[in-house]
Design a protein around this ligand. Structure first.
Ligand SMILES: [Zn+2]
Length: 540
């Protein structure tokens, strides 16, 4: 197979996704990563449409790119306006990129109803714009919008639009399934038909409205396309674009078609997560190849088998794309899940695995699924060890929430805790009852266990587990806590939000203490203040 030209449009088509916005500097950061990964062309935006994209093109010109070429995107000139006088076409020139991508109409209906012009004039728009830009030294990529729909409607016209672009100097003709309504067989037949009619490099730009973008891209490549357009994580309008990473993984890991250098392939998972975090979107845990769950094993029988031979229940080695096998602990687990999961945390669960498994199943039954709570799982293993010392205990708490006639409300929590043989009573206010409880607990612990001051909550999610029970339902709280560079998630489930929050909070603080004392053991002896006094602190 000829080498496939990888064309990324995350920064243009990808940002059409609802809820996704990227600043000019976000776009430059992503472009640098795409270049390092091995993408050939990076479409940066539509300089004629907004000042932010124009700023991106200014900034990216001095970015340290090694191989990728930057493309600016725009449409054919307007009806009745020459390229010299068309502001959008001139903005493409000002973007100062080596590659320019021009979108034009392939479908007669679009020409007549949307452009409101004649069939002949549309051919002139395509021809003029492409030849104008190529005469000025640009490499022109021609995107044939709605190509497959246009071909079905009036094949000879759709093909004539491609010929107009090719004859005017377009370097590649990209067949776009703009509405995402096509399917693999039709795509394959259409590519075949086009390549029999005209000699040109062909590309494919699929959308995922039928969940077929990847299948359509593969069908187009099988039929002779050698250029493919997609986005990282399949970001894009509606149901998204082709997920370019999934395509690359399919080609390189499964078909042996080299798309990016081998060492880049192993950074694919990191790239996917990097782009998600710049876009401020949660990575899709279930994305093929790069999802956190893509190689996760939960069923006890599966886990027992992959412990012996990983290939028994996974289609490839996750390390090829920089992912890893994970063992999920849940009520479906067997003892092998416990052992492997604990081992991946650097703990030996073998002596206590039966006790831990029983705890996992009991918690699962109570509504606290440990699959997403590695921190709580780690605490179960640590607590099951006979020499584990509980660093603190919550004996009692009272939380009062007042709503005032003059408006607003306030919460105050009072806690009684045991810390290293000492009884401590503290009170604190908070924005709400959970915040007040958290503040009072930290206040009680900080003189004795200063490490708690180094932890902070980064995410807090609440879900009602059994909605039809109304207020009698179980509340599940999932917390994510940061301690330096470490992050851990903990969970609690109880009939009320405060007890559930306490369980998750206790696990996160206890884990920070346990890990800190592991680290301290290798440097200095642990220190804990064990004065038997009652410490009373009140803050507001
Ligand atoms: Zn598109």
């Amino acid at each position: 197979m000829t080498r496939i030209h990888l064309y990324d449009t995350t920064l243009r088509d990808g940002t059409q996704r609802e809820g996704l916005t990227l600043s000019a500097s976000d776009k430059v950061k992503i472009a640098v990563r795409l270049d390092a990964f091995g993408i050939d062309t990076i479409e940066g935006g539509w300089p004629g449409s907004n000042p932010k994209d124009a700023e991106f093109f200014r900034r990216v010109s001095s970015a340290p790119l090694h191989r990728a070429r930057i493309a600016a995107f725009g449409s054919t000139r307007r009806v009745g306006v020459s390229c010299e006088d068309d502001a959008s076409v001139q903005a493409l020139m000002e973007a100062n990129t080596p590659v320019v991508t021009i979108v034009g109409k392939s479908s007669v209906t679009h020409v007549q109803r949307v452009l409101e012009t004649s069939r002949e004039e549309n051919l002139r728009l395509i021809s003029d714009t492409v030849s104008y830009l190529s005469a000025l030294g640009k490499t022109v990529v021609y995107d044939a919008e709605h190509f497959f729909d246009g071909l079905a409607l009036d094949a000879s016209y759709a093909l004539a639009t491609l010929e107009a672009a090719r004859d005017a100097g377009a370097s590649v003709l990209v067949l776009c399934d703009t509405n995402g309504g096509s399917e693999p067989r039709a795509i394959g037949d259409a590519v075949d038909r086009v390549s029999r009619r005209l000699r040109a490099q062909l590309g494919i730009h699929p959308h995922n409205d039928r969940g077929l973008a990847l299948a359509n891209a593969l069908a187009a490549l099988d039929a002779g396309c050698t250029h493919v357009q997609g986005t990282v994580n399949g970001y894009g309008e509606r149901c998204g674009n082709l997920d370019l990473l999934a395509l690359i993984a399919n080609l390189q890991c499964k078909r042996g078609v080299q798309c990016v250098p081998e060492e880049s392939l192993a950074t694919m998972t990191e790239l996917s997560h990097f782009v998600a975090s710049v876009a401020n979107l949660a990575p899709d845990a279930h994305a093929p190849f790069v999802g956190r769950a893509a190689f996760a094993h939960k069923g006890g029988i599966h886990v027992a088998a992959v412990a012996k031979e990983p290939s028994m229940y996974q289609h490839m080695d996750p390390a090829l794309v920089g992912n890893r096998m994970r063992v999920v602990v849940s009520e479906l687990s067997g003892r092998a899940n416990i052992r492997l999961r604990a081992h991946s945390l650097g703990l030996d669960a073998q002596p206590v695995e039966r006790a831990v498994l029983e705890r996992v199943k009991a918690l699962d039954h109570a509504g606290a699924q440990l699959e997403a709570a590695e921190g709580t799982f780690e605490m179960l293993v640590r607590r099951a060890s006979p020499d584990y010392v509980v660093p603190f205990e919550l004996r009692e708490y009272t939380v009062v929430v007042e709503r005032r006639a003059e408006g607003g409300s306030r919460a105050r929590a009072t806690v009684e805790m045991r810390v290293g043989g000492t009884s401590v009573r503290t009170s604190a206010e908070g924005d709400g009852p959970v915040h007040a409880l958290d503040s009072a607990v930290r206040l009680a612990l900080e003189p004795y266990i200063p490490v708690v001051l180094e932890t902070h909550l980064v995410d807090y999610k609440v879900r009602i587990v059994d909605e039809h029970l109304g207020t009698a339902a179980i509340t599940r709280v999932l917390m994510e806590t940061a301690h330096g560079a470490e992050r851990f998630s903990t969970i609690g489930a109880a009939p009320n939000i405060l007890d559930a929050s306490w369980d998750a909070l206790r696990d996160s603080l206890e884990l920070a203490v346990a890990r800190a004392s592991d680290a301290a053991r290798t440097t200095a002896p642990p220190h804990m203040d064990t004065r038997r006094t009652t410490h009373e602190t009140v803050t507001t």
